[in-house]
Write a protein that binds this ligand. Structure first.
Ligand code: FAD
Length: 491
């Protein structure tokens, strides 16, 4: 039995839709309050419902307004107003969310769009940090840093579109994470606004032992506790001239994962460490993958470190078939997704009725291939529409001392009306992967966030520690106005 999609929730507000809009116009003026019907419809979903939305089908509550505050003070005013009148608020920035975090589950929601708060506040090349408002796209920040020979080291595939607020709110991770870490390793300090309008600024210090690390109340909150208005992240020297690219073909997934584990646990940190199953490899590397597992690695950093890392890679993958490094470098050049690829995907979905989604989980080293095998087996034997799958595979793309992630990819032909795509295909596949990750002691979500579609398992994910999450919600959002149904299941 697979879970049902989240259900619409009636508004708890004492104000009508028109009164909410009028109140927002009073606070911000008409130019910052958008009630255009098409914009509102689009704002009711994210990429979890990309197939239904491309067909113009919007079945959930349509928000009352999209507001675009120009300052932290205006964010504070909007939240205080929403809190007083119990209006649901969904924050957004780059709108690349994939897990339903942007769905407006409650009637007459306010969508709070931070993308117009887009100043790069300061670049500090001495103390190696950059401060940016929530609406700065990561690509723009990187371009500005690279002019000074610097980089954030953060490179999610959505870098051209995703913005700093959303990147921090989802605990995002980039392709070079094994060297630079996830966003949680990069955030030095930040500013956030809480539902009652309180503005909290966590100062920038190299480290401190002044109680629990309160940055982590904000990082990964997915708009369910507060709105992030500004962030400061570390920067590093950008030295691509030292990069060395590696590719290998291996017959056996377990062998590939074991060599990766050896490399990492021996203490090496290539920026990129990826192992693709043969099925997944075929969609990226059909020109050389030969139906084998493909390993992709990049050694980077200061010259001496890059050289030592490269030597360790060559030793660890000794005996595997070597791929021409130029093929790996070329592949990286075209990996990121801008608006052009999103638009092309929309056209393709309409023309071909074939769609691809992903579910990313993590697990310790001992259980990587067990998880892969279990998911492949269950999907093939239990998923009622297995015959419609055109791709099912996985890759590991972010590795740690104790384990790695598995990023499952699945494409399918849609042989049902568009409005049933989610329940017939996406939810069952997502459920199988999440259940198997939890069964093997892993995490049900590695980097996309819980959104609204993995909430059936939030309690199981956290076990007895779910209590801590509940206390955070009660403490920071007692009226339950922040992004209802995200992280926390609707009660
Ligand atoms: C093609 C593609 C590739 C992707 N690749 C990666 C990848 O490599 N790594 C990765 O980690 N993710 C990836 N993602 C997922 C997505 O890009 C990330 O989750 C990203 O961090 C979202 O940032 P955003 O600015 O688009 O946020 P949005 O989509 O606007 O919002 C995401 C979530 O954060 C909340 N939120 C947004 N802004 C704020 C704020 N200011 N304060 C509080 N809450 C807020 C929203 O309510 C929502 O729940 C990819 C997505 C796509 C479409």
């Amino acid at each position: 039995m697979f879970p049902a999609p989240p259900q619409a929730v009636p508004s708890a507000s004492d104000l009508s839709r028109a009164e909410i809009v009028a109140g927002l116009v009073d606070l911000l003026g008409t130019t910052k309050v958008d009630t255009d019907e098409h914009e509102l419809r689009d704002a009711s979903v994210d990429r979890f419902r990309k197939y239904t939305s491309v067909h113009g089908i919007f079945t959930g509550p349509i928000p009352a307004a999209i507001v675009c505050p120009g300052s932290t003070e205006e964010v504070s005013k909007v939240l205080a107003f929403a809190n007083e009148h119990r209006i649901n608020v969904v924050p957004r920035t780059g709108r690349t969310a994939t897990e339903g975090g942007l769905e407006t589950l409650v009637e007459n929601t306010i969508v709070l769009d931070g993308s117009t708060m887009d100043d790069i506040v300061s670049i500090d090349p001495v103390n190696m940090m950059v401060t940016a408002q929530c609406g700065v796209p990561l690509q723009r920040l990187e371009d500005a840093l690279r002019e000074q020979g610097l980089t954030t080291g953060h490179s999610p595939q959505s870098k051209p579109l995703a913005q700093m607020g959303g990147l921090v709110a989802t605990r995002s991770i980039g392709q070079f994470s094994t060297l630079y870490g996830g966003i949680e390793d990069m955030v030095v300090g930040l500013e956030a606004v809480f539902p009652d309008g309180t503005v909290s600024r966590i100062k920038n210090v190299p480290r401190r032992a002044a109680g629990p690390d309160i940055r982590h109340v904000v990082i990964g909150n997915e708009g369910a506790l507060c709105v992030i208005t500004e962030v400061t992240v570390k920067v590093f020297r950008y030295q691509p001239e030292n990069n060395r690219y590696f590719g290998y073909l291996l017959d056996d997934l377990e062998d590939a994962v074991e060599r990766l584990r050896t490399l990492i646990t021996d203490g090496y940190r290539p920026s990129v460490c990826r192992v693709y199953s043969p099925e997944d490899a075929n969609q990226h590397f059909s020109h050389f993958s030969q139906n084998k597992n493909v390993v992709v690695l990049i050694a980077e950093g200061p010259e001496g470190i890059a050289r030592a890392t490269a030597e360790a890679i060559e030793n660890t993958f000794d005996g595997a078939d070597i791929v021409d490094p130029r093929l790996i470098a070329d592949w990286f050049e075209n990996l990121n997704w801008g608006q052009d690829k999103i638009d092309a995907e929309k056209l393709a979905m309409l023309e071909s009725r074939n769609l691809g989604y992903t579910t990313e989980v993590s697990v310790d080293w001992s259980n990587v291939t067990a998880l892969y095998d279990a998911v492949m087996h269950r999907v093939k034997t239990e998923f009622p529409r297995a015959a419609d799958l055109t791709l099912l595979g996985a890759h590991s793309s972010h590795s740690y001392q104790t384990g790695t992630n598995l990023y499952f990819v699945y494409d399918y032909d849609i042989k049902c009306p568009p409005e049933r795509e989610i329940t017939e295909y996406h939810i069952p596949l997502n459920a199988i992967i999440v259940e198997e990750a939890l069964r093997l002691g892993g995490s049900m979500v590695h980097h996309h966030g819980i959104g609204k579609y993995r909430t059936p398992w939030t309690r199981e994910e956290h076990g007895s520690a779910y209590h801590l999450l509940e206390v955070l919600k009660r403490g920071f959002d007692p009226n339950g106005i922040m992004n209802a149904g995200t992280i926390y299941p609707v009660s």
